[in-house]
Write a protein that binds this ligand. Structure first.
Ligand code: ATP
Length: 231
């Protein structure tokens, strides 16, 4: 089942076109990597999909949304540089996020407990966020993005700034999460994409230069021996 369909998507900042006409679909309960070097346009795409910025032209359609309904209830978004209230505990932060997302007080508490378990920070739930490691903060950010039970969660470079331990914990979380939630995961590192994602959208200068399953792309590139690893 297709969750999101993108057609002819373009974005310009002033007269500078940075997204140059994209067509792709995201299917349910898959992890899709949006892979591209710095400046390729990953953040711009995620911001358009999440409604934070307007598209210049083209169309984004979400399945399961009625005319006039707010599509944002279907999606969760973790920005590249999430902001936390570091004086709050992890539990307080998620309960607060639930309130902001429109959950009842009781539901927010229930959802907070579920998510603390899912992201593996139950034991640290009463610790101030300022004391969390980088990996724990990213996992808390992912929990926040999931608070309203979205169908699709979009994560902007969730592991790029982490040490190897934090990176491993987040990738393991994504492995668990993709069983129930569709994930669009941006990264500039092919290894990250390969580890957890089923499909890849390879972006270069605002254009999709490759897309398909990992196997399809691996076969295609084996002969050409093209190194897709960016730094
Ligand atoms: P990074 O990993 O460095 O964030 P990215 O792939 O996410 O890279 P974007 O941040 O989407 O890329 O940027 C794509 C292009 O659009 C870049 O050339 C960037 O300089 C430009 N750009 C992004 N935001 C703006 C803005 N608000 N105004 C003008 N240009 C912008």
């Amino acid at each position: 089942m297709v969750v999101v369909k993108v057609k002819g998507l373009k974005k310009s900042y002033q007269k500078h076109e940075v997204i140059k006409g994209l067509d792709f679909e995201i299917r349910k309960e898959k992890c899709i990597a949006l892979l591209g070097a710095n400046g390729a346009g990953k953040t711009t795409i995620l911001q358009m999909l999440s409604g934070l910025i307007k598209v210049s032209s083209g169309n984004i359609s979400f399945t399961g949304i009625e005319e006039g309904e707010d599509f944002r209830k279907l999606i969760g978004y973790l920005p590249q540089h999430p902001v936390f209230y570091e004086w709050m505990t992890g539990r307080e932060f998620l309960e607060y996020a639930g309130k902001i997302a429109g959950l009842s007080k009781q539901d927010s508490k229930v959802r907070t407990e579920e998510l603390l378990e899912l992201v593996g920070i139950m034991e640290a739930k009463n610790r101030r966020i300022g004391k969390y490691s980088g990996g724990m903060k990213q996992r808390l950010g992912i929990a926040q993005a999931l608070i309203h039970r979205p169908q699709l969660v979009m994560l902007d470079e969730p592991v790029s700034a982490l040490d190897p331990f934090g990176r491993r914990e987040v990738l393991e979380l994504l492995e668990r999460l993709k069983k129930t939630t569709t994930i669009l995961f941006s990264t500039h590192i092919l290894n990250d994409a390969e580890e957890v994602c089923d499909e890849i959208l390879f972006l270069h200068n605002g254009r999709l230069v490759e897309s398909g399953t990992m196997e399809q792309l691996r076969d295609k590139h084996q002969q050409a021996k093209i190194d897709l690893v960016f730094k």
